[in-house]
Design a protein around this ligand. Structure first.
Ligand SMILES: [Zn+2]
Length: 535
């Protein structure tokens, strides 16, 4: 080999070395996905800005101006909003997530994270749900709370009395077990069974077990009507005693006797926040509630379980007492509202023909007068035959809007995973998040788009201490919703709830495209969000 050739070759190799070194420079990174030209709303509440988002290995690698040639896939978001995927802090998705792991009714709203185990109920033991979910996979990020009703029933059955020391110890041990399985906090459902039997002391001590693992306290209040202030004060007392964040679930003035008295909610919460207690609330954007018909009955009627309830109905005196309670709780209005007309059957296994109809209509169909008395008898008859889940129109639109403006309020659905076409569920299951944007931001102008996005992304993430979600920032998980602001809206109605929103273009969960040009891809890229107690 000539000297000249050796020189030439070594020059060539040196060049190759320098060239490959230059190409390992992070500024020349390649991306799994680059989203180009979107209006980025980052979740902080700040106004939108124009830019590209580069995604690699589940996370947001870069925000700014990015060369699309460096991406395996480019999504053109021209004229579209790019924001963090919505985080729903209040759901019951724990119930059917294994049956429908694609969680279509949430994914199609742009929701990328849901929290289950609310209102005092969760699948016990949590470790087995988590294990099956890890094996099966899901399209959505999922975290779960440990529910007080579940734990109390596990230890005490349907006993009405206060727990003995031994029962308390057993409940604490079970809560610790669930926190170690990865629960994110403790929830109560104090107008449900058997939670309604518990006193504040019991709840303070049980919540302390979750606080030790840095969990939150989320509560369905004991009362959402005349005594809502006392119920909120009880929740705050439980949180303050344990120095833990308090999340008040599905906030509302649910009795026309207290409509337009929003200070019954804001006063105790703002006083507590002033003292330094971390209290926040969530709300679904509708004037109707939904829950089991059982919630219309006095708690003593169910002591000892359903069998005892059926026995009590056979006793005339008890029947009248129960009926009087049902009338007072569900069928009385101080504002002249026709209550039998405001209660709809959503789902009933014994009476599927009732689904979608209100009590007034059902009574007329049965050839009866639609009186309050007859409506109460019908409610008892349905409950006697296994019950039903119902939709109750019991809020005032003015209150819904006033609550929406509070800075410490966030949006959540209070829904669950749905099987398309089954029953006539509350439309919140399909429409909550697009409704906030389509109806309350775009049509009514109640809040700004950026603030609505904050309340559905970084704010719930902050309460749950999810440090890498709910924001579009470099290093965060790539959970994104991309939609057309001019068309994004809910289509689900009370009559016809099984309808997905329109205007949603893409959903990305942990860097994978789960909704592609408006269609669910079936990708199961969701992660389980374990709490700090997880061992
Ligand atoms: Zn609830």
């Amino acid at each position: 080999m000539s000297l000249r050739l050796i020189k030439l070759l070594s020059f060539f190799f040196a060049f190759v070395l320098i060239f490959s070194f230059l190409h390992s420079n992070p500024s020349d990174e390649t991306y799994d996905i680059v989203i180009k030209n979107g209006f980025i709303i980052d979740g902080t509440g700040n106004p939108w800005f124009k830019g590209d988002v580069g995604i690699k290995d589940k996370k947001i690698l870069k925000i700014g101006s990015i060369d699309g040639n460096r991406a395996r896939r480019v999504i053109d978001a021209q004229d579209l909003i790019v924001c963090p995927g919505f985080i729903d802090i209040h759901t019951h998705c724990d119930r059917r997530i294994l049956q429908v792991p694609t969680v279509d009714n949430y994914i199609y709203q742009g929701v990328t994270t849901v929290l289950g185990g609310n209102c005092g109920g969760h699948p016990f033991p949590l470790s087995s749900l988590f294990q099956r979910l890890e094996e099966k996979g899901t399209s959505i990020n999922f975290g779960c709370l440990v529910g007080h009703n579940t734990i109390r029933r596990e230890v005490m059955g349907d006993k009405m009395s206060s727990p003995t020391r031994d029962e308390m110890n057993k409940m604490i041990a079970l809560i610790e077990q669930e926190m170690k399985a990865g629960a994110l906090g403790f929830s109560t459902g104090l107008s449900y069974l058997p939670g309604t039997y518990s006193k504040t002391d019991e709840l303070i001590e049980l919540a302390s077990a979750a606080a030790r693992y840095r969990g939150i306290y989320a509560t369905h209040l004991r009362d959402q009507g005349l005594h809502i202030t006392e119920a909120i004060e009880e929740a705050i007392e439980i949180g303050e005693n344990n120095n833990m964040p308090v999340q008040i679930s599905h906030i509302k003035l649910a009795d026309d006797a207290v409509w337009n008295e929003i200070e019954k909610i804001t006063k105790p919460i703002e006083d507590a926040r002033q003292r330094g207690a971390e209290v926040t609330i969530d709300q679904y954007p509708y004037t109707a509630t939904s829950s089991g018909l059982t919630s219309s009955f006095p708690s003593w009627a169910f002591e000892g379980g359903r069998k005892e309830f059926l026995k009590r109905l056979e006793d005339k005196k008890n029947y009248q007492k129960i009926k009087a309670y049902v009338i007072k709780r569900r069928l009385t209005s101080t504002k002249g509202i026709d209550k039998p007309e405001s209660i709809y059957i959503a789902r009933s296994s014994k009476f599927p023909g009732y689904e979608g109809k209100n009590l007034k209509k059902l009574l007329l169909l049965q050839g009866k007068e639609p009186t309050v008395e007859n409506a109460a008898d019908l409610i008892i008859e349905i409950e006697r035959n296994g019950g039903a889940s119902c939709v109750f129109f019991q809020m005032d639109e003015k209150d819904v809007e006033a609550l929406m403006k509070l800075s410490y309020n966030m949006h959540a659905s209070d829904g669950g995973v749905q099987v398309v076409g089954k029953g006539v569920p509350h439309p919140r299951n399909y429409g909550t998040f697009p409704r906030v944007i389509g109806f309350y931001v775009r049509k009514k102008g109640i809040v700004s788009l950026e603030d609505a996005v904050r309340k559905m992304t970084s704010f719930p993430a902050q309460v749950l201490r999810l440090k890498k979600r709910g924001l579009i920032k470099e290093g965060a998980y790539a959970d994104l919703a991309i939609f057309n602001f001019n068309t994004f809206e809910d289509k689900a109605t009370f009559k016809n709830p099984h309808q997905y929103a329109r205007g949603l273009a893409y959903v990305i969960v942990n860097g994978e495209v789960v909704v592609d040009e408006g269609k669910h891809t079936g990708k199961l890229s969701g992660m389980i969000l374990y709490g700090k107690g997880k061992i």
